[in-house]
Structures are given as structure tokens and as C-alpha cells.
Design a protein. Structure first.
Length: 205
């Protein structure tokens, strides 16, 4: 409907790397506990399971805890995903078509739950990963297998959220790279409200 989101080292180096890893997990927990709202731009790259096809898109992301978020895709096609705390809404302007789903069914172990939720330990098992590409990584494995996500990895540069990598149930890889992140900034309540445009079709799940 929608168009569319290791190695052996010398002991001293291993110890230093372990410290960086611990810092990544600390950064994630600090982000969840202390970043009550935020906004950023993002670029998303989606690669097919066989690696043969790649799609890129970009837009903006806003969130406010708990469970309010807004992904506004701008290029190459517009698409809007809004979580209002009760439901998740998806809208395709080209089709003038929207869908909605209860938050409890739609969120779970998803990237939005990592970024805008408030209970990581309930939905994910967290483990530190080796630093790579100048970033510190945390693996977030969904505790329940019935979802559409195989795995998620989240990266920090120091204390700043930098990237999110997702592998879905079909083996498709998605990478979101964030830029210009601002945390604990005031965001108008209407940014997390979806009003069905006049004449738009609505599919409720």
C-alpha cells in the first residue's frame, strides 16, 4: 500500500574497546531516560536481501516520550508516519490513503520503540557490539519472535545518536543516519496528531 524505513586484540586494546562498548550502552540508556523529546533529519537506505536493489529516502523525525513520534519522508516520495500515543497512522499523499493500527499492536520491538518508547528491557535484549566506522554500537534483539524485526543495531558517536540499522523478517536491511539531532526541545502537540485529509481513504487494522 505504501511506498516506502570481530577479532582478537592485544589485551590493552581489548580493554579500551570494552570501555567504548560500555559507553555505547550507557549512551543508549541515557538517551532513553533523559531525552524526553527531540528532532533530527535522517537519510534511510534500504537494501534487498540479495543486495541487488537499493533505495534511498530522506526526511525528518520528531519524538516525545512516551510513544509519540513523527517520521515525515520527503524524498523521493512523501509519506507520513505518526504515533499519537494511542495509534500509529501512516499516510500516503499520492494515493490519498491512510491506515491506522493500535499502538500496542504496532509498536512492540520496532525502531520507534527504541527511539520514542520508554521500556527497553521489556521489548529487547541489549548487548554491546564492537566499535566500527568511528561509532559505538549496541545490538537490540527483540524478546518476542512474532514481530517483523529480526534485529536492530543502534550507534552513538560519543553521547549523540548517530545511526540505526534494522533487519526485517524478510532479510531486508535498512539503515537510518541521523543528523542535526536536538534533544529536549519543545515540540508542538499537534505534530503528533493525525487528522485525516478530506476525501482520503482510511484502512483500520
Amino acid at each position: 500500500m505504501m511506498k516506502n524505513l570481530r577479532f582478537l586484540l592485544a589485551p590493552a586494546l581489548l580493554a579500551a574497546t570494552g570501555l567504548a562498548h560500555a559507553d555505547a550502552l550507557t549512551a543508549l540508556n541515557d538517551f532513553v531516560q533523559n531525552a524526553h523529546s527531540g528532532r533530527a533529519s535522517f537519510t534511510q537506505t534500504v537494501v534487498s536481501p540479495d543486495g541487488a536493489r537499493k533505495k534511498q529516502s530522506s526526511g525528518t523525525f520528531e519524538f516525545q516520550r512516551p510513544n509519540q513520534f513523527r517520521f515525515a519522508y520527503q524524498k523521493p516520495f512523501e509519506q507520513l508516519i505518526v504515533g499519537d500515543g494511542q495509534k500509529v497512522w501512516m499516510f500516503d499523499p499520492d494515493l490519498n490513503q491512510a491506515s491506522s493500527r493500535r499502538m500496542s499492536q504496532a509498536l512492540g520491538a520496532t525502531p520507534a520503540a527504541l527511539l520514542a518508547g520508554g521500556n527497553l528491557s521489556r521489548d529487547f535484549e541489549l548487548s554491546v557490539q564492537p566499535s566500527a566506522q568511528g561509532l559505538d554500537w549496541v545490538q537490540a534483539t527483540p524478546r518476542h519472535s512474532e514481530g517483523n524485526i529480526q534485529s536492530l543495531r543502534i550507534a552513538f558517536k560519543g553521547k549523540d545518536l548517530a545511526q540505526l540499522e534494522v533487519v526485517d523478517g524478510f532479510g531486508q536491511h535498512s539503515t537510518l543516519v541521523f543528523g542535526g539531532l536536538q534533544v529536549n526541545v519543545p515540540i508542538a502537540a499537534e505534530r503528533f496528531r493525525f487528522d485525516l485529509p478530506k476525501g482520503a481513504d482510511l484502512l483500520e487494522q
